[in-house]
Ligand binder design. Structure first.
Ligand code: UD1
Length: 431
């Protein structure tokens, strides 16, 4: 979804970056957005209060909490700790506009079916990075006995969820999470074949198991869920956000700096680290600490494609595009997950990048230096990629539509400013 022009007539907010300074230092990485969202939604599967620690202070989390309040939950935030009390949950219908703003609202489908046997919610929103249908979610839940009613909204009913064998034709992250949420309280045993393997899925399983669920992942990746009759509330600490960490490592690489980030496991950043090494960066990892250092101009990568975990993530494709646009030689990126994820290229052109897009393939001829320009964030990760471009560019870059970036980054100015970037938020009263 492209945000409407609610900002028209109001103060215009934008980021202003004065480029050309290498980043040096260390950044503590915020909690993971993609782990926090399903974990919060899963709270509604039990009665009582769950405590979620290290929950990132971002717009998508606030929207999720607003939907939970509409369902009758009470929520409280104290810094990065969020308390969700689900005892007052009464409804199964979501009308909140927040639900049509974020993609992850679709996860309420599985959770409400699991807890209430019924669910109704608007079609989910999210970044305009592709068509993002929900057919895989629907087909998987139908295999468990859910009956859907067609209409403008998603409506489903399933008084008794039956365990069974579910095979996903594609390892969709959201569809895997929806199945898990619906299966944990199902009657009997369920198998999810070809599920997503992203670390955020295992984190969700960890939280559900802590509360009494019985989920195991087999060596072939499939998930086995033995249904239980109830879940208890629980306490959980969200892992660091591997996409934010990867974005910052690439920011340091683009600017020829050296940076440490902490909190992410070896596996979770493995593919991104490998690409940075191919580009000539020195990347080191010790336990959950990562360091990147770049002493020479980055080298292009002949060919890379985005793939489901553990391969190179689509969420880091845009930041990588920025890095490759200033690397030597020709690089090519194939985007295989979201078809519209090259909008960043059009904004990078305004900064002097040489990128040719043909379908899902981007061909990038690196330039030495980008130049500052007035540009707009096209989506969440694309917006972050433009910040990286601004840090590398000569002169001043002004990035509008920062609301996209706020959906996933707690405070990109605080983080990058602490390691030497000249970046600030400007409120332009004139609009
Ligand atoms: C999640 C992440 C997002 C990440 C993406 C892929 C969250 C909150 N978001 O999104 O950051 O970029 O995984 O790693 O965790 N698809 C269908 N039908 C469906 C569902 C998906 O065709 O019913 C397609 C999508 O259009 C897309 C692909 O499958 O082309 C991947 O989607 P999916 O893995 O479901 O991504 P999300 O869960 O939306």
């Amino acid at each position: 979804m492209r945000p409407d022009d609610e900002s028209r007539g109001m103060a215009l907010k934008y980021l202003e970056i004065s480029g050309g300074r290498p980043l040096f230092g260390e950044i503590q990485i915020q909690g993971s957005k993609n782990a926090a969202l399903p974990i919060l939604v899963s709270c509604i599967l039990s009665e009582g209060t769950c405590r979620i620690e290290n929950c990132p202070e971002i717009k998508d989390v606030e929207d999720t909490l607003q939907i939970m309040r509409e369902l009758g939950c009470s929520t409280k935030r104290s810094g990065r700790t969020v308390y969700v009390n689900t005892s007052g949950i009464s409804g199964w219908e979501i009308r909140a506009t927040e639900a049509s703003r974020i993609r992850s609202s679709v996860l309420f489908l599985g959770a409400l079916l699991g807890r209430m046997g019924k669910a109704a919610l608007p079609m989910p929103g999210g970044c305009a990075i592709g068509s993002r249908p929900v057919d895989l979610h629907q087909k998987a839940l139908e295999q468990m006995g859910a009956v859907f009613r067609n209409g403008d909204q998603i409506q489903a009913e399933c008084p008794l969820i039956q365990g069974g064998r579910i095979r996903l034709p594609f390892p969709s992250v959201g569809a895997t999470e929806n199945c898990l949420l619906a299966c944990v309280l199902a009657k009997g045993e369920s198998w999810i074949e070809n599920p997503a393997r992203e670390p955020e899925i295992d984190e969700l399983c960890g939280f559900l198991n802590l509360r009494g669920a019985r989920i195991t992942r087999r060596a072939d990746g499939s998930l086995r869920i033995q249904g239980v009759s109830r879940l208890e509330p629980g306490v959980w600490q969200i892992q660091a956000d591997r996409i934010v960490a990867g974005t910052y490592l690439m920011a340091a690489a683009c600017t020829g700096g050296s940076l440490c980030v902490s909190g992410c496991s070896r596996e979770s950043l493995g593919a991104a680290a490998e690409v940075l090494r191919q580009m000539g960066a020195q990347v080191q990892n010790q336990e959950k600490r990562w360091a990147v250092a770049v002493r020479e101009r980055l080298k292009g990568v002949p060919y890379i494609e985005t793939r489901p975990y553990p391969e190179f993530p689509t969420d880091l494709q845009s930041p990588l595009m920025t890095a490759l646009s200033v690397a030597s030689g020709r690089s090519r990126i194939r985007e295989t997950i979201f078809e519209n994820r090259f909008s960043t290229a059009w904004e990078l052109h305004k900064m002097g990048a040489r990128i040719r897009v043909e379908g899902n393939l981007a061909c990038i001829d690196g330039v030495r230096r980008l130049r500052g320009a007035r540009i707009q964030a096209p989506d969440l990760r694309g917006g972050a990629a433009l910040v990286l471009a601004g840090l590398q560019a000569e002169g001043i870059t002004r990035i509008e539509r920062t609301e996209y970036i706020e959906r996933g980054y707690e405070d990109i100015c605080r983080d990058l400013g602490s390691v030497g970037a000249r970046i600030r938020v400007v409120q332009d009263a004139g609009g």
